[in-house]
Design a protein around this ligand. Sequence first.
Ligand SMILES: Cc1cc2nc3c(=O)[nH]c(=O)nc-3n(C[C@H](O)[C@H](O)[C@H](O)COP(=O)(O)OP(=O)(O)OC[C@H]3O[C@@H](n4cnc5c(N)ncnc54)[C@H](O)[C@@H]3O)c2cc1C
Length: 479
Amino acid sequence: MDATYGKVTEDIALALKDIVGEKNFLFRDEEKLKPFGMDTLSLLTGELHIPDVVVKPGETSEVSKIMKLAGKYKIPVTPRGAGTGLAGSAIPVYGGIVLSLERMNRILEINPVDRVAEVEPGVITNELCKKVLEQGLMYAGYPMSTESSFIGGNVATNAGGGKVIKYGNTRKHILGLEVVLPNGEILELGGRFRKSTWGYDLMQLMIGSEGTLGIVTRVTVNLISGGGSSIDLIVPFPDAHTAVQAVSKVIVDGNILPVAVEFMDRLSLTQSAKYHDIKVPFADREDAGAYLIIQLHGSTPEELEQTYEKTGEICLENGALDVFVAENRRDSENIWKVREEYSQGLGLLGKRIYSNPGDFVVPFSKVPAMIDELKRLETKYNMLIPTVGHIADGNLHTMFIKPDEVPDESWLDLAKGIYNEMTDAAIQLGGVGSGEHGIGVLKKPLFLKTKSPMEIELMRGIKKTFDPDNILNPGKIFS
Ligand SMILES: Cc1cc2nc3c(=O)[nH]c(=O)nc-3n(C[C@H](O)[C@H](O)[C@H](O)COP(=O)(O)OP(=O)(O)OC[C@H]3O[C@@H](n4cnc5c(N)ncnc54)[C@H](O)[C@@H]3O)c2cc1C
């Protein structure tokens, strides 16, 4: 631990307990504290830092009091949502206080006239989606973890997911934030308006800052019409290159903007189908090396039909082996289950897997080159790299399957090295190391290596302005 940080003494712990109440406070109980020392990354890499104390405030005023107390004694504070993060951003690497937002989970208002919802940060994203749909409205944020992650965590990581191609990532859906600064001050940023040229946009700076600049305590989200209907297609291709070409043709020549275009390679799809015991169309086609799951939207049934027929035709003209249109809800749910929960299927292979998902993004024109790069790595290391992803965004997720000849003890280091090599390649192709999962602790060294010293210096300056003592989520991004 950094010598400049204070320790959580018995007195400080008592003061924290007074703020949140005994039921919402964990101290000196390693078993109970442990789950707050990890996130999803830990399940993959074992990264764990047990905090000294966990507090679960129920109100913004309590968050403010906690930050004032932490500031006074220079104790590190790590904000925490649902802990589904994949970059270790919620792991309290310097111990101290974990501030869990799980109790701040109310949908405060849905306003159809302003087309906004006001929510607390601990609301599960899909709960918000379901509630606004009851009023004919849609919240368009859609990380694949929508049923488990919190809206506050989505804001802090600028979560992406399956529908970014049409609707954009989380920052496109946020109109206002209430945040508690490291010094305990409460700040209102943005509001119920959709345009503003009214000074620097500090709200957008907060989004994606991984809990290093402020704690989000209320979110105003933008809502759009939930009308019309959608349909899902599954389209097999001989290989990934052909699939990529077809996506481009659908969007550019067909003038069709799908809601989602998800990519799965054959291994990921067939294993996932097996795991979930779902019969996926074309899963048994030996000539299919790559699959696209395409979701389309239409305002009327006629428009939807025209759109999916045209999409299917364009795919077939551009190398698709066949097209399946999911005519009922069950088929659609099955297709998405196979995509969203694909990783379990790879577990059936009975091999060790480095499943820390690569999350790089490349320009769409470079997706074929990046796929070649993954093939090169497969050959070089004699291993399989199953790949899925949000292909229309150029954002792919990979896993590494340990070759039998690599000893268990050296696997983690080797996999980390390959991970860096892969991410480096994406950056060389004009991309970035993370499209949605964030930097956290995982990508910090690569991030520092690939950003210009000037940009890092400016970021450090911003961090210092917000958090001069570096108490809020230290050890992340670059700190
Ligand atoms: C199966 C699975 C699928 C996934 N799919 C996607 C996907 O498609 N797209 C995608 O983008 N991500 C995806 N993720 C990653 C993860 O779900 C997202 O990063 C999500 O936004 C994290 O939300 P959380 O509530 O779990 O946050 P946590 O993991 O708890 O925290 C993440 C970061 O946000 C900070 N934070 C959390 N709440 C607050 C707050 N109120 N104020 C300030 N900082 C805060 C934390 O300090 C940390 O830095 C997936 C994860 C899993 C396990």
